[in-house]
Ligand binder design. Structure first.
Ligand SMILES: [Zn+2]
Ligand SMILES: [Zn+2]
Length: 288
């Protein structure tokens, strides 16, 4: 709890070692950062020597904050050891640098962060995962072909961090030049994705697109924007979440981020797997 609000993330204790996941804060221990989206990294972790993030996550945090990342870094796919606990890391396909952590204690505990592709994730005993699209109404197919087809003097609204680079790469693959807002440009260049002065497409943020004229689309699986939509998602849909749980084959699931619905929890329980959300767990008061 932070004041009267429930924090969106959690801390885990293994014997003497504490891991605080994403924005979760503690007085001691280590902060595992799954990726560089603002609802996950926790702004103070940039200058936190106990923060642990992938090299790419650290690069993005430095670029957007202008500050040096003071924590420890790893390359996604590597293993490291903290106070005798082995931690393995895995790609999740959500964005550059996004990593899941498998903590090898008496049981194997996997914390996923946000996930688009679960195929690299390992089996585990306890799966702690997101549920951004944790409602049966969110079943979708991506429309990558439309990203190409609609590229005709168009403006695309995208999340500047992550989604913009993915869409930029797709456009490049098809030889389509694009221009972009400054922030998007800087992040594209960080990962060697070229932008043009002028192109068939202009990439802007999901906020700025509303002030734009001409052909415009928002690239998301969310349904709440009142603009023509092209479905491109950096998250699993509802069936994908179920698929990930089958794949990781856990004995228990905890949903820690996003919106797990009653239907999702019941479906996982019907698979014979005990399932919790953060509100089912013991809560502690965190100082502001
Ligand atoms: Zn994210
Ligand atoms: Zn998220």
């Amino acid at each position: 709890m932070r004041g009267s609000r429930t924090a969106p993330h959690l801390s885990l204790r293994f014997r003497e070692v504490e891991f605080h996941i994403d924005t979760s804060r503690g007085y001691d221990g280590f902060n595992l950062i799954t990726h560089a989206h603002s609802d996950h990294y926790g702004i103070r972790n940039i200058s936190n020597p106990s923060a642990i993030a992938s090299v790419e996550t650290a690069m993005i945090l430095q670029e957007i904050s202008g500050k040096e990342f003071k924590g420890m870094t790893f390359r996604t796919g590597e293993r490291f050891e903290i106070d005798g606990l082995k931690v393995s890391t895995y790609r999740t396909g959500h964005m550059h640098g996004s990593s899941a952590f498998l903590i090898n204690s008496e049981s194997k505990v996997l914390v996923t962060g946000d996930v688009r592709d679960y195929s690299h994730l390992p089996e585990c005993d306890v799966l702690i995962c997101e549920a951004t699209y944790g409602s049966p109404e969110h079943v979708f197919e991506e429309e990558i072909h439309r990203v190409i087809e609609e590229a005709n003097n168009s403006t695309y609204g995208v999340y500047p961090i992550g989604k913009a680079q993915r869409v930029g790469r797709i456009l490049h693959e098809y030889g389509i030049a694009f221009s972009a807002d400054r922030k998007i440009r800087r992040l594209c260049h960080l990962f060697g994705i070229e932008t043009a002065e002028e192109g068939e497409v202009h990439l802007t943020s999901t906020r700025n697109i509303f002030g734009m004229t001409g052909r415009k689309f928002i690239l998301t699986a969310q349904k709440f924007y009142r603009l023509p939509r092209i479905v491109v998602s950096d998250h699993l849909d509802y069936r994908g979440i179920i698929g990930m749980i089958h794949h990781c084959n856990p004995s228990a699931v905890i949903f820690y981020h996003g919106k797990p619905t009653h239907e999702l929890i019941e479906e996982v329980k019907d698979m014979g797997i005990p399932t919790s959300t953060l509100s089912d767990l013991d809560r502690v008061q965190i100082k502001k």
